[in-house]
Design a protein around this ligand. Sequence first.
Ligand code: SF4
Length: 428
Amino acid sequence: MLFTEDFLHYVWKFRLFDRTELQTTTGEAIEVYSAGLHNTDSGPDFHNARLKIGDTTWAGNVELHLSSSDWQKHNHATDDAYNNVILHVVYRDDVPLVLTDGRRVPTLELKDRIPAELYSRYHTLVFGNQTIIPCEKSIRTVDDFTLRTWFTRILIERLEKRAEAVSQALQTNRGDWEETFYQSLAANFGFKVNALPFELMAKSLPQNILAKHKNNPQQIEALVFGQAGFLNDDFEDVYPQQLKTEYQFLQKKYSLKPIETHLWKFMRLRPQNFPTIRLAQFAALIVNSNHLLSKVLDTRDVAGLRNLFADIKINPYWEDHFRFGKPSKSSSKNLGAASIDVLVLNTLVLFLFSYGKHHQLQHFMDRSLKLLESLPGEQNNIIADFDVLGIKATSAFESQALLELKNYYCNYKKCLQCSVGNKILKTA
Ligand code: SF4
């Protein structure tokens, strides 16, 4: 069976080995008061451990290896960071560890002290056959309290990572929250497939230019479609001809450079999701809303956030078109409820959390978590797979946590760092 250093770390961290009459390889008695803090950066594996070896109490670093000879292989002998290691914990003591100054590092061998049952559970969990995730046969045995607490933790991890990206964008925009929000909202209007061109379009068209034309919807539409690169053709329809004329004037006035049209994707999209329709909706939103982020910060419930997108009416031209110059059957092209929820989830709630974190305003962060509990969970393959395993996402709070779990823990078999894995391993 495959023994890993990760598992050795886990066993040491939670002191899951037989601790009766613990001794160094030279026969000195060991008492472990504290295993120390797990260090995932460079340097010894555990900091600030507290131990008694013989009659002396020590506080310091602990290094772990599968074999004691790994100390040399990993070049610790020439690294000062390892000078104050107080204990070398190894699975197998194959070579006595003697430092260059002749000092012998006390070594604890765990080979015969790790319960076979614990190891067998670990091996089955991480290396067993799986179709969805490593713990698929056991996850349903984990109690709801453990699951719920773990989901909360990883959801916050997810939000913090995304808030970090917001913070970097904020720096690029010299601390301008509204501009950063506008760019992020634009990217989310691209709904994954067209997120990049949408974001590039928004970055090429700052809000201060749009603000000067808010009272003229056609000029806003001209700026949005023009910067998206959709007004280069010769049109027969009056509406795009008018947009083109407006755009040519405004482009010159503001020295605007449109993005590359080839970045936009239409393939495999339902016509309702064509970027032309999304751009028309985005333009309508700009016309209809001022200081949107301020409104988001003032809104307390999901209904209020959804309302920020209500009554956004796009230009009537799009009622019977999906693209310029191509008539189609008449249908409503206003933002649907599901699309609004995606925007609320991915932009509005995220910015509420990011703003709260940036300004250390806990009530905004708490509100974002509450809003996630009120939003319906997303539907996708990952959520469907968890559903098959009996883990149902009843809200966006849970579906977002499950996405984080699958993408950043299960896929990398980080079961030893996961509360679900911990519970499964420790349950006799
Ligand atoms: S990371 Fe956690 S949830 Fe994912 S497979 Fe491992 S134990 Fe299960």
